[in-house]
Design a protein. Structure first.
Ligand SMILES: Nc1nc2c(ncn2[C@@H]2O[C@H](COP(=O)(O)OP(=O)(O)OP(=O)(O)O)[C@@H](O)[C@H]2O)c(=O)[nH]1
Ligand SMILES: [Mg+2]
Length: 294
């Protein structure tokens, strides 16, 4: 039996969480087209013949502007430090940019302290044709002495099996650290909060996605029905208005979509009540960040 931890790292929006979900064959991390979707470290455990792999999804490496963002970066740096192996993600639809170079800098710092395999995973290859892919792979390939380079599409499930196959030889001999049936360390409450946040990110633009946090106030299982009461925090009155929408339309859509996801994931009927509250500058507030688990 082999076991190892693999940190999935890279700049915001490269497709880390989409890859994690694909590697597990189950959606446990929320995904959106807005940068800074993932705010915490997310554990996902999978089994392949002869091995257990613990994947750690991380917040994207970006320039931190608020205390929350500094926490996010710290989380990623700590996760890089503890992982046995790194997947560094780069986006096939663009050439290396400042965000990628900054991400590589973080990786190199950890690598210098403790060298270990770093696999370059070039993502979203479904979006580029074969001729365009070669020069992209070449320019990313030059940025570091990568252990392996694996182009994948997490969305189209392309080459994921190859990524797993090149990973297994680098794992150490040993028993898995987690129970056979454990998939993630997130509680149902956390999953529920994240499902709501995902719908908010998908339904809003500009600064709203960054200003939103979700807290579960009540989570009660009553026989076949689960009663969930959640609060969405925003930073300003105007954001509250946007979130609620004309005659409450947007909030209704967000909660309906989130409830459907919960019912599917938890396999039970859900009664979901969602409130919106203004909490000024919560992203700078130690206590609120701690309460939210950031
Ligand atoms: N076409 C295509 N889109 C992808 C693929 N992987 C991710 N995406 C899209 O890219 C966007 C970002 O995906 P995420 O998985 O949230 O990216 P992330 O790196 O986790 O982002 P942060 O958590 O914000 O750092 C979403 O709109 C995804 O649907 C892929 O393989 N193909
Ligand atoms: Mg993510």
């Amino acid at each position: 039996m082999k076991f190892g931890t693999v940190a999935i790292i890279g700049r915001s929006n490269v497709g880390k969480s989409t890859l994690l979900n694909r590697l597990l064959g189950e959606k446990i991390a929320i995904v959106s087209d807005k940068p800074q979707t993932t705010r915490t470290r997310i554990l996902g455990v999978t089994h392949v013949p002869g091995a257990q792999i613990a994947f750690l999804d991380t917040p994207g490496l970006h320039k931190p502007e608020h205390l929350m963002n500094r926490r996010m970066i710290r989380t990623t740096v700590e996760t890089i430090d503890e992982a046995d192996l790194l997947y560094m993600l780069m986006d096939a639809t663009s050439l290396p940019g400042p965000g990628d170079l900054a991400a590589i800098k973080y990786m190199k710092e950890a690598f210098t302290k403790r060298p270990r395999p770093v696999i370059l995973v070039v993502t979203k290859v479904d979006l580029v044709n074969k001729q365009k892919l070669l020069p992209v792979l070449e320019s990313y390939g030059k940025l570091f002495a990568w252990t392996e380079v694996v182009p994948v599409s997490a969305q189209a499930d392309d080459n994921i099996d190859r990524l797993l196959a090149v990973t297994v030889p680098f794992l150490e001999e040993g028993e898995g650290a987690y129970d056979e049936d454990m998939v993630t360390d997130q509680t149902m409450r956390t999953l529920a909060a994240e499902m709501i946040r995902e719908k908010v990110l998908q339904a809003t633009e500009q600064e709203v996605p960054y200003s939103v946090a979700v807290e579960i106030e009540e989570f009660v299982e009553e026989g076949k029905l689960t009663r969930i009461r959640a609060t969405i925090f925003v930073e300003r009155e105007t954001q509250k208005g946007i979130l609620i929408g004309k005659q409450g339309e947007r909030l209704k859509l967000i909660s309906t979509q989130a409830r459907q996801d919960m019912e599917e994931k938890f396999g039970m009927k859900v009664f979901l009540e969602v409130w919106v509250k203004v909490k000024e500058a919560w992203r700078e507030d130690e206590r609120t960040l701690a309460e939210l688990g950031y």
